[in-house]
Ligand binder design. Structure first.
Ligand code: HEM
Length: 488
């Protein structure tokens, strides 16, 4: 608040009291508006600039503040300081989202849900940008823009396009596992509170002795899993499109704080060379029998944002924002994401997005990066802006280096060695009870029915059939088609 006036005074952006906020300045009561009404000009001009570009994916979302608490000693696996003591709490911000829809789209559609977390650790920010599914549709980042185009609007009709969706899926059989998950009951979580979260990719943890393991994150909802059937989801999408946004806000407002128990699966580094499939392939899950869940902690969301734009819209999460003790893996999707997110943030929010209050680390930021649009902190003051220097500027710390790793092989555009797209999708189908299977088939048939070309439907039926003959047969029956001879 200005020392010259109270909070009740309306001011312009320069802090100058405003004389009239209801009537523009005109030449006489009917005269044209005067250009010298700078308050009017400022209001209209600022309004025109109220939007930043929405996220190209995951545009519709809801966020909340909370904390993460360590409940199990896992220091033998990672040296990350925020995980180094049972009982230690780290503040965090979470954002949940749908993927394909625009910022104003409905919450209760069939879609994966984003599960993005920013931990404000003592060693700087750690972002975990996952989904509510343990796998993804693709295994190589190079296919992501094409895939997302099929989930968005047709370039000519500007409508959602089932042809494009199933054309792409049927030509990208690695999507089958996630396609199956998406059309089960879990494809429409009842709320953001009633779903699990996953880091999905493999990450590397390294302990204080430099020993590393591969890990996968699991966040298991304490509220229990609850889903909506297609009809209910569609009805709510019409009646209350912001249903999940409201549910999260209201439950926190009334003190019913959602919580998740956090676990990791841990794979010894050497196992990655001998496991029965490539463990870095994000279209596959690691067997829980081989790598059981190990408890790490608990996440609680207990505070709503005070301002949606400032805290949720401007929040920027990147899978590359990591702390010492946590590194990436050779997962080809994750590798691409290391570039994509920060690049999107610089475009969407600006080069200094990390200095905004919601993104600003609680740890001190000391570096030699300066200037740029909207540099609204002290920009490093008078400290040296180059390194090395003789003025006691900040220096690197060897202990914070990424864990080193060996690489070998020919540089080439190559796929994973292994092409079994079917076993895990089939396992999932066989795990479902009869009613769940029937709903899965109904959801798939409902989604594929509008596809114009039989060629596309038949190609996709082949994939379902290869996962499990009954699965393929039932989809074919539902679509009134025959399973193609060549897979029988
Ligand atoms: C958002 C790219 C795969 C989860 C985004 C954004 C981009 C992007 C550009 C918007 C970022 C922003 O404007 O702030 C990609 C690329 C991928 C990929 C290139 C593959 C190579 C994935 C996967 C997951 C995922 C595999 C989950 C396991 C998310 C989430 C958000 C997001 C949760 C929303 C973050 C937020 O709430 O701000 N993605 N993505 N993405 N992505 Fe991805």
């Amino acid at each position: 608040m200005s020392e010259y006036q109270s909070k009740s005074h309306l001011t312009n952006n320069a802090g100058v009291p405003v004389g009239d906020n209801q009537n523009s300045m005109t030449a006489g009561s009917r005269g044209p508006t005067l250009l010298q009404d700078v308050h009017l000009l400022e209001k209209l001009a600022h309004f025109n600039r109220e939007r930043v570009p929405e996220r190209v994916v995951h545009a519709k979302g809801a966020g909340a503040h909370g904390y993460f608490e360590v409940t199990n000693d896992i220091t033998k696996y990672t040296k990350a300081k925020f995980l180094d003591e049972v009982g230690k709490r780290t503040p965090l911000f979470a954002r949940f989202s749908t993927v394909a829809g625009e910022k104003g789209s409905a919450d209760t559609v069939r879609d994966p849900r984003g599960f993005a977390l920013k931990f404000y650790t003592e060693e700087g920010n750690y972002d975990l940008v996952g989904n509510n599914t343990p796998v993804f549709f693709l295994k190589d980042a190079i296919k992501f823009p094409d895939f997302i185009h099929t989930q968005k609007r047709n370039p000519a009709t500007n409508m959602k396009d089932p042809n494009a969706v199933w054309d792409f899926f049927s030509l990208s059989p690695e999507s089958l596992h996630q396609v199956t998950i998406l059309h089960t009951d879990r494809g429409i979580p009842a709320t953001y509170r009633h779903m699990h979260g996953y880091g999905s990719h493999t990450f590397k943890w390294t302990n204080a002795d430099g020993e590393s393991v591969w890990i996968k994150y699991h966040f298991r909802t304490e509220q229990g899993i609850k889903n909506l059937d297609e009809e209910t989801g569609n009805r709510i999408a019409g009646e209350s499109p912001d249903y999940k946004t409201g549910d999260l806000f209201e439950s926190i407002e009334k003190g019913d704080y959602p919580a998740w128990k956090v676990y990791v699966q841990i794979m010894p580094i050497e196992d990655a060379n001998t496991y029965r499939f490539d463990p870095f392939d994000v279209t596959k899950i690691w067997s829980h029998k081989d790598y059981p869940l190990i408890e790490v902690g608990r996440m609680v969301l207990d505070q709503n944002p005070k301002n949606y734009f400032a805290e949720v819209e401007q929040a920027t999460f990147s899978p590359g924002t990591l702390v010492p003790g946590i590194d990436t893996s050779p997962d080809k999707m994750l590798q691409g994401r290391l570039f994509a997110y920060s690049d999107a943030h610089r475009y969407r929010v600006g080069a200094n997005h990390e200095a905004l209050p919601i993104n600003r680390p609680r740890a001190q930021v000391n570096n030699y990066q300066r200037d740029g649009f909207m540099r609204f902190d002290d920009n490093g003051g008078g400290q040296p802006n180059y390194e090395p220097n003789s003025y006691e500027g900040p220096v690197e710390d060897e202990n914070s280096k990424q864990a080193s790793f060996e690489v070998s092989g020919m540089a080439d555009s190559v796929s994973y060695n292994e092409h079994d797209h079917y076993t895990q999708a089939g396992d999932l189908y066989r795990m479902l009870n009869e009613e769940e299977q029937s709903r899965l088939i109904k959801n798939i048939v409902g989604s594929m029915n509008p596809v114009e070309k039989d060629e596309i439907k038949l190609r996709q039926i082949e994939h379902f059939y290869k996962a499990d003959p009954e699965y393929g047969q039932r989809v074919a029956d539902g679509l009134g088609l025959k399973v193609p001879e060549k897979v029988l």
